[in-house]
Design a protein around this ligand. Structure first.
Ligand code: ACM
Length: 706
């Protein structure tokens, strides 16, 4: 987000100094092999493109998008009106060749080879989807150089490490508008992800138009849902970019919205509404232990799996949904069903007894097996969250691991041992507000799995964006660019693990993501602009650029864990428009400042010191302008303490750098100023402290969830 970081003092010197990799290119995900050659290809008005292959409408569309985008980025007027693949120019400077056109399917050949010389560029791939990936890499080679743009001469061979590289978006808790989904798909294509998993129903909402069961969207939502027409368009849009779409309807728990529409499916009679499963406001002043107890002991809306009418319903439902979601997967959720609703219903208890089922887990397994039978009729493979796994689960069911696990956890090993395949989401939950490096350094393969078992059993992974605290106004800020770091974990070699090098490339990529795909910058500006009533923005940007959310589920659970202090914003109508909603989970300004501080502490050079002081002065003086704007801004008034704290913290460090004051006192004061407020905390705390103590602490290896 460099362009709007108006107060960021950019310091480039450390970039080459800190690089630990074989090249300084900004490719993300990093390809399997990159061999830099001498020279460079200059983008000129002779840049023509030829495509050789059996014919692929999606590749032709991709190449045309690439061509127009490249023209926009470089400002060069290119020679071709459009590229058809039929009239290839003899002197094409970019020659694309591929052997097969295929629909996106998990496990297809996605490899490509890209050779850039000063004279021409060759992109070859087995499949059109591989060629699409190669185009994305080529775009990332583009470098501004003096009076024009060029690509360095290079030889790249690339293929993904994992077959399944997904992003799950919860559209149930808060509805995520259709156009936002499409922009996410554009961003996924840039970082070579290939699965969009939509969490389409949960207690809070049912988000798909059903013509067979129209009450699902009528009674199960607040009027916000996707039409079938939109979803078909989305599926085609994703397929054109090499991405499949996996629908999830969360069953047999997490289904208040479905029961609000069709209460005959319920395990107990109630006045069902689309709403949160638990009224957490009633358990204020509670402890985490009590919450867990509640979650395990309270009857929650659950499908009755013992009635044949349930399966008649879901057979018709799957049939209808299969005509929209044409990829061969159907996710049934199956998470967090505590079984209490089943235990308390005598008819269900009798059914279990008659069938010899000892636990409600056995009954859930029965439900999943019945759904498996229905899914087979429509050529779908079932996916379920990790609670789906048990001894009787069919081997073609894919299990999605989500609960954070200790290294010794054997669940994934057991699943793979049972010959089921696994998608890993544990470690990739974006709603925990962990910085990108935490996810990046989490490998999908558990340490206790050998290479052969991992190869067979781990399909890949999925980043997961749950939407209790996210809506159309901030989804893109929360998901991007962090998800790109996760995309690299799923695509690139396991040994590519330098967090600093990842961040260096991530900031460059963020510009591309915003230029070509998402409205992450715009969403941020929109929220801040509302605070200042369309007055000057820089002051709010300066402030927000150095704050990030408190980490873990503290914010989501705030109403329970810290009643009175802050309130969890988890209702459908709570506006997500405050500082914790607006800011990025990784502070780019904070990252650059940390690099600058590290350089200074290493070299004690005058140039770094000068830049540090200049930046501190900007932070210190931001307060005066902030206060002037706050006179007419109710929201700025609310967060004036954050502005004061930044100013005071910068002032303390300036004093310390001038060798004034007592360092112990300064450190204590800084630590006070860094404490979380308004659900955010200073992202530059460690760097500020380091300027007082002379020692920069390493970034934490982990953060706690609560
Ligand atoms: C989940 O997070 N309950 C899958």
């Amino acid at each position: 987000m460099r362009t709007i970081f108006t107060t960021l003092f950019i310091f480039w010197g450390f970039l080459s100094a800190g690089a630990q990799t074989t090249d300084s290119l900004n490719l993300l995900p990093r390809p399997q092999t990159v061999k830099l050659q001498t020279g460079r290809f200059i983008i000129s008005n002779k840049f023509a493109v030829g495509i050789n292959g059996p014919g692929s409408p999606k590749l032709i569309a991709s190449v045309n998008r690439f061509y127009v985008q490249l023209a926009k980025r470089t400002g060069v007027i290119f020679p071709q009106e459009y590229i058809s693949g039929k009239e290839n120019p003899a002197d094409a400077q970019l020659a694309i060749s591929y052997q097969k056109s295929i629909n996106p399917v998990i496990g297809i050949d996605e490899s490509y080879t890209l050779t850039v010389t000063p004279e021409k560029i060759a992109l070859t791939a087995t499949t059109d989807i591989g060629a699409e990936h190669g185009l994305e890499t080529l775009y990332q080679l583009l470098t501004p150089a003096g009076s024009g743009f060029c690509c360095p001469a290079v030889e790249i061979n690339d293929a993904p490490r994992f077959k399944w590289r997904g992003l799950m978006i919860d559209v149930a808790r808060h509805f995520i508008p259709f156009e936002v989904l499409k922009r996410n798909v554009d961003a996924m294509a840039i970082v070579k992800m290939n699965v969009l998993h939509l969490h389409l129903s949960d207690d809070e909402g049912f988000r798909v138009e059903s013509k067979v069961y129209p009450k699902l969207q009528e009674n199960g939502s607040n009027g916000l849902f996707y039409t079938q027409h939109q979803l078909k368009e989305l599926v085609n849009y994703a397929h054109d970019r090499g991405i499949i779409v996996v629908p999830e309807f969360d069953l047999p728990g997490h289904c208040s919205s479905i029961l609000a529409a069709y209460p005959f499916l319920a395990s107990y009679p109630a006045n069902y509404k689309p709403a949160r499963r638990f009224n957490i406001d009633t358990i204020k002043n509670s402890s985490l232990g009590k919450i867990m107890q509640l979650i395990n002991q309270v009857q929650t809306p659950t499908i009755d799996p013992t009635k044949e009418s349930t399966y008649v319903f879901f057979d018709q439902f799957l049939r209808e949904m299969s005509s929209i979601f044409t990829d061969p997967y159907f996710h049934v959720g199956a998470d967090e069903n505590n079984g209490v609703a089943w235990k308390q219903n005598p008819a269900i208890a009798a059914f279990m007894k008659a069938k010899g089922m000892k636990t409600t887990d056995d009954l859930q397994a029965y439900f999943v097996n019945r759904m498996h039978g229905i899914a087979q009729k429509y050529n779908k493979r079932i996916i379920g969250w990790e609670e789906t796994f048990n001894a009787t689960v069919p081997q073609d069911v894919i299990i999605q691991k989500w609960k954070p696990a200790a290294p010794a956890d054997t669940l994934v090993k057991s699943i793979v041992g049972h010959h089921n395949q696994v998608i890993i989401s544990a470690g990739y939950y974006l709603d925990m507000y962990f910085p990108a490096y935490i996810h990046y350094l989490t490998d999908p393969v558990p340490a206790n799995l050998n290479a052969a078992a991992a190869e067979k059993g781990i399909l890949g992974g999925e980043a997961a964006m749950w939407s209790e605290l996210v809506d159309g106004g901030n989804e893109e800020i929360r998901v991007w660019p962090r998800t790109a770091a996760i995309a690299e974990r799923f695509w690139s070699d396991a040994g590519v693990r330098s967090a600093d090098d990842m961040y260096r490339r991530l900031w460059a990529l963020d510009f591309e993501l915003n230029d070509r795909a998402v409205n992450e910058y715009d969403s941020y500006i929109k929220i801040l602009d509302r605070w200042v009533n369309d007055e000057e923005l820089n002051t709010a940007i300066t402030l927000c650029n150095v704050y990030t959310q408190v980490k873990g589920y503290k914010r989501l659970m705030a109403a329970i864990l810290s009643p009175g202090e802050v309130h969890a914003k988890t209702t459908l109508t709570t506006p997500l428009v405050g500082i914790a909603d607006a800011v990025h989970t990784d502070s780019e300004t904070g990252w650059y400042f940390r690099q600058l501080v590290a350089t200074y502490l290493d070299k004690h050079d005058a140039a770094s010191l000068e830049q540090i002081k200049s930046q501190l002065q900007r932070w210190q003086s931001n307060k005066a302008r902030f206060n002037a704007l706050a006179a007419n801004s109710p929201y700025l008034q609310q967060i004036a303490d954050l502005s004061d704290n930044l100013s005071n913290a910068a002032g303390i460090v300036l004093q310390a750098l001038n060798n004034e004051g007592n360092k112990d006192d300064q450190l204590k004061q800084l630590q006070q100023l860094e404490k979380p407020r308004h659900e955010v905390q200073l992202a530059i705390g460690q760097s500020l402290e380091a300027l007082v103590t002379g020692k920069l602490k390493p970034e934490p290896a982990a953060y706690s969830m609560f």
